[in-house]
Design a binder for this molecule. Structure first.
Ligand code: GLY
Length: 129
């Protein structure tokens, strides 16, 4: 993995950590205000902007925060200022009975370099069928 690819993986790990910790400040700093996504919570609608995501952060962090693992990351650069990362996301968390479980999701995230900073501009998450 090149240092540039490593940077995109690390940024993505930081983003997932901010979600697990319900750290809205960290999440919003990594994202562009025009972030778009398709994710199961959107029920098939293209979600635009950050307010949809903030709802979940405002619920607060779980007593036992989940732990994310990025599996088999693949990074593709589209020129110097855009990168696409695809990976499987393993989320270890507690179920409703308090027992540990692992959820698996397939994610693709797009990063765009704006000035000196990489910003998260689009993602797509689905669950394997
Ligand atoms: N649901 C927010 C995110 O996955 O970025």
């Amino acid at each position: 993995m090149t240092p540039q690819e490593r940077q995109i993986v690390d940024l993505t790990a930081k983003l997932l950590a901010s979600i697990a910790a319900a750290d809205w400040k960290a999440y919003a700093e990594l994202c562009d205000e025009s972030l778009t996504c398709f994710e199961p919570e959107g029920k098939g609608h293209l979600i635009e902007g950050l307010p949809f995501h903030k709802y979940y952060f405002d619920l607060g962090a779980a007593k036992s925060p989940p732990q994310n693992t990025i599996g088999s990351p693949h990074v593709r650069f589209l020129g110097e200022n855009a990168a696409v990362i695809s990976y499987t996301r393993l989320t270890q968390k507690l179920n409703a009975e308090g027992a540990p479980m692992t959820a698996l999701a397939e994610e693709t995230r797009v990063w765009e370099k704006k000035g000196a900073a990489w910003k998260h501009v689009h993602f797509h998450r689905s669950f394997p069928s």
